[in-house]
Design a protein. Structure first.
Length: 415
């Protein structure tokens, strides 16, 4: 295990951070995960870094600080920042209908009953807006309703394979939007949080407004300015040796390979660039992104967003009624329903009540389906990233690694 602590310069106890290393090492020793990279900054200073276990368990290739990870839904906050940049430039308004750019979503019909016949519909009361997309409330997306199998089958490559959607349709952005536009909405726009689809739509919207491929816009406007040198939708072949193997829990115990660097689809330009889950990145790169948000839109003299825009992004926009509808009936770490202690902003979840001695009120984050996660805590000046590659590792019923990661950080605070 490679590890470095500089904690006490920034308010974290070096001796107490050793507990973090011990806890993370335990997950590898118990064969619950292959390996991970953890990186922590506080008050602008690097406090701790640890590379634990294996990048490729079978080949015994050690995890390294510069290992590449499929960050999956940690892509969503980046996509949200890209869309908000267009608002700041006056290219679209936050509450504008998106009909002009996404005619496939104009004049929507809505199911009278989310579990009823697909033909039993009524006209939507209003158009879908950018605000609806940013808050995943456009009216259609993943959730407990009859369209869920169809929507899962719209997962683009290469994201679909490691999530187990081997037979997902592969469509270009225009065909994908046409396919989506033929489906009714499940709920009225703005009334219900439904997952994932909104951010895929955002990627199409960004490309159509800018006239650029999504990857080009993200690279030129976010990654290059922030120095995120290893973040992309398409991985250059020369970086293949740095990509971690992706795993899922094996039925008989241990780990099952679900995506391998030698056969991964991430080395090919995607037919549909996934703005909801398609990015490859490193712990260092994601720290720079999160530290920019922690800096109210600025990092090292480079400003991407205004302070007020970041404040809007990290504000809970769910209504009290929407807080009563958890996503896939998921629970939080204390056993409460998903939205009891947190809400949702623009591509990030926001802590509305502290659980135990973990992240405080106003902290924001969003994990990925292959286990990676991060937390930005403005009260503590903290940004921490945990990169790993195990399907479902962030679900409380599967693993407590995110809870342990946060607990071991916060117990180390001494300032």
């Amino acid at each position: 295990m490679q590890k470095t602590s500089r904690g006490e310069r920034s308010g974290l106890s070096v001796s107490r951070l050793r507990r973090l290393n011990t806890v993370l090492q335990g997950y590898v020793e118990r064969d619950e995960i292959a390996g991970l990279v953890a990186l922590i900054h506080q008050h602008g200073e690097e406090s701790h870094v640890a590379s634990v276990g294996w990048q490729d368990k079978e080949a015994q290739i050690p995890m390294r600080r510069d290992t590449l990870f499929r960050i999956m839904s940690m892509t969503k906050p980046i996509t949200s920042v890209a869309a908000l940049m267009l608002v700041e430039e006056g290219k679209i308004r936050l509450y504008d209908p998106v009909d002009a750019w996404l005619p496939e979503l104009a004049n929507r019909m809505v199911l009278r009953d989310p579990y009823g016949p697909l033909g039993d519909v009524a006209p939507a009361s209003r158009s879908i807006t950018l605000h609806d997309l940013l808050t995943s409330r456009l009216g259609i997306g993943w959730g407990e309703h009859q369209l869920q199998p169809i929507l899962l089958n719209l997962l683009p490559a290469p994201v679909a394979k490691p999530l187990g959607a081997e037979n997902a349709e592969q469509l270009d952005p225009d065909a994908w939007m046409t396919r989506l536009g033929k489906l009714p909405l499940v709920y009225e726009p703005g009334t219900h949080f439904l997952y994932h689809i909104a951010h895929e739509v955002l990627g199409v919207l960004i490309a159509r407004i800018t006239g650029q491929p999504l990857e080009t816009f993200l690279r030129e406007r976010i990654f290059e300015p922030l120095g995120m040198v290893d973040t992309s939708l398409t991985m250059p072949p020369e970086k293949r040796s740095r990509l971690a193997v992706a795993y899922a829990p094996a039925p008989e115990g241990g780990l099952l390979v679900v995506d391998h660097p030698q056969t991964t689809g991430w080395t090919q330009a995607p037919l549909f660039p996934s703005a909801g889950g398609g990015l490859i990145s490193t712990a260092d790169d994601y720290q720079r992104f999160g530290r920019m948000l922690l800096g109210k839109g600025e990092l090292d003299g480079i400003r991407l967003l205004s302070r007020k825009t970041v404040e809007a992004m990290t504000t809970d926009h769910l209504t009290p009624e929407q807080h009563t509808h958890p996503f896939f009936d998921e629970t939080d770490f204390d056993g409460s329903r998903m939205w009891t202690n947190k809400g949702y902003g623009y591509g990030v979840s926001v802590r509305t009540r502290q659980i135990g001695f973990g992240p405080g009120v106003g902290s924001f984050f969003w994990p990925g389906a292959l286990g990676s996660t991060w937390i930005a805590d403005p009260q503590e000046g903290l940004m921490a990233t945990l990169m790993l590659q195990l399907r479902g590792a962030q679900l409380p019923q599967n693993s407590k690694i995110a809870l342990d990661f946060w607990t071991m950080i916060y117990q180390a605070m001494i300032d």
